[in-house]
Design a protein around this ligand. Sequence first.
Ligand SMILES: Cc1ncc(COP(=O)(O)O)c(C=O)c1O
Length: 403
Amino acid sequence: MVAKKKKIPFGTITITEKTKKLIMAALESKRISSGRLVREFEEKFAQLYGVRDAVAVSTGTDADALAMAVLYDCGAQRGDEIIIPSLSFVSTGNAVLHVGFTPVFVDIERETLNINPGLVEQAVTERSRAIMPVHLMGKPADMDRINEIARRRSLYVIEDAAEAHGALYRGRKIGTLGDMAAFSLYVAHIITTGEGGIILTDDEEKADILRSLRAHGRACKCATCVLNTSSGYCAKRFDNPAGTDIRFVFERHGFSAKMNELEAAIGLGSLDCFDDIMARRRHNFYAMTEIINRYPQFMYTIKEEEHEKIGPHALPIILKESTPFTRDEFVAYLEKNGVDSRNLFQSMPTQCAGFRFLGYKLGEFPEAEYVADHGLHIGVHQDIDDDQIEYLDRVIADFINNH
Ligand SMILES: Cc1ncc(COP(=O)(O)O)c(C=O)c1O
């Protein structure tokens, strides 16, 4: 049976002519593992954000994980703690565990969906190494307060900016406000490589460590070896007192997390359209926000405040307590009418099985649990046009009229 096409799909991908040409050329050259295109993509991404270095990796989860793994070179020990919000896509918490740290969860604020900065300080212990705020649904976390706590308590700040491409906080780009920032480039995200992730940092040494981490912890950091741009002889490989081949010296516990050339080709095309994609998504985000704001007795969405611009990743919808229908009834109606949606994640410590061993109890993160039980999100992507937005308006109005 052919699957019925959704009238408003959740995500999309823009594949440009340039991407197709680059992919064909890469295939013909028979060099498709990480190389020239990945490097070009990194340089352009870093330029877009005005930062020194961008290090491309295979997923957003790896971007989170590698950014944290850098902390081992800064004195962190296995089991040290990373403070994260209790509500996020599960990969934020998974990444902490992948790296061997302990996630310490802090409840969110129901209105912003982000970590409650008033609760962060009491989560700091002797073993805390970093705070990793998530800018959920593109809404910037309260970076002034987070950075202030981090400074006072000597913690690193790693932004999980997976969903926050194009977001601004007090005129500055989200992704440039901490020590490092991790983006997902998964297909539903604003800049995409299909699957992929990228880490931004202004610190050259951290960038070098990240390049080593994504390639098994390799010692050699030179362009020829790390970027795989030539299969020729590299003098630096043997340029050490022992004359050892440093491509086969592994300085740290690494990952296998490189991006390939075909993914970078998609990313390069995506970057060329960044302004157009952003403009269309912003338009859709604002128009859909207006629809939701017509029903304040039943539902709400995040509010863009004066000091910020929300990165138009998706539109979250959270039902109010007094609403006479459940989230699942609302979602079923949307789905039946061709509007694709996703739930608004889970409280990782209390609703995701993978974190059960940490011993948290349901009820400990009431705001995250509320949003998880009452929230959903729908696409605002660049292929949604005004007719589809009008259609969404009618679908929601019909549903509300029947309740
Ligand atoms: C907040 C957040 N962090 C991390 C990730 C991980 O990204 P990926 O799916 O590319 O591994 C996602 C995925 O969308 C996310 O939403």
